[in-house]
Write a protein that binds this ligand. Sequence first.
Ligand SMILES: NC(=O)c1ccc[n+]([C@@H]2O[C@H](COP(=O)([O-])OP(=O)(O)OC[C@H]3O[C@@H](n4cnc5c(N)ncnc54)[C@H](OP(=O)(O)O)[C@@H]3O)[C@@H](O)[C@H]2O)c1
Length: 256
Amino acid sequence: MSKGTALITGASSGIGAELAALCAAGGYDLVLVARSAEKLAELAAGLSRAHGIAARPLAADLADPAAAQAIFEQTRGDTIEILINNAGFGVLGPYAETDWAAEARLLQVNIVALTHLTKLYLPEMLRRRSGRILNVGSTAAFVPGPFMAMYYASKAFVVSFSHAIANEVNGSGVTVTVLCPGPTLTGFSEAAGTSESKLFQGSAMSAAEVARDGYRAMMAGKAEVISGARNRWMMLGTRLAPRTMLAGIARRLNST
Ligand SMILES: NC(=O)c1ccc[n+]([C@@H]2O[C@H](COP(=O)([O-])OP(=O)(O)OC[C@H]3O[C@@H](n4cnc5c(N)ncnc54)[C@H](OP(=O)(O)O)[C@@H]3O)[C@@H](O)[C@H]2O)c1
């Protein structure tokens, strides 16, 4: 018998695709959301065959303010037991020069869609006294990020929001977890134009490792997981250092 459905945004590649595979292996049916309909259909068919679960693609552009409600309407018959808000992207460049249209889409995808989907699915989870939400933040959440200011700030929002809602639902049978990866080898750096930056020239983790950490923490109902021992140590340091110093370090890391 199905354990319910996992709805995963940004499932067409990287960390999201790995999280989809873990949910399928865990016996959850899948609704896979992203813009790339073909990639989603291929992934859904493969995971369905491999794990004997039902999986369907749901192509949507989360930069469209109407997307979250439309996704909700198309999943009315499903028991969404797991909601994974993973879709996200970055914009690189000095803030005075970056493209506002791209940054408005970033706000919509990284923040508005994530919060709207949570608002739509959380009440039903609370009524059932069962459900798990995993939001994908970043270690970028813990520092100001010159040359990627909007991205870092958007992830700070995700971490703060996730902890607040995790606290609100404490003891309800529903849990909220935020996964904070450091640099990870996915399509992200190419899309953001950061492949050549010092940050991505250092040690990066694989999407599979990061997804495993996130999935485990979500199933254990933890409020936060920073993926990778090195990243955990570095983030401990950010608690003590002044923000001006952290901004200087991030500036160097975001440069080529
Ligand atoms: N890679 C890293 O170094 C790193 C580090 C920390 C945090 N993260 C976070 O991890 C999450 C996953 O990223 P990733 O590294 O796996 O990168 P990725 O391979 O580029 O995956 C991003 C996913 O988001 C989807 N997406 C992007 N814009 C979308 C839109 N407008 N509507 C719907 N879906 C959209 C993409 O699908 P389509 O293009 O098909 O729409 C893709 O499935 C993001 O939130 C990212 O910020 C990544």
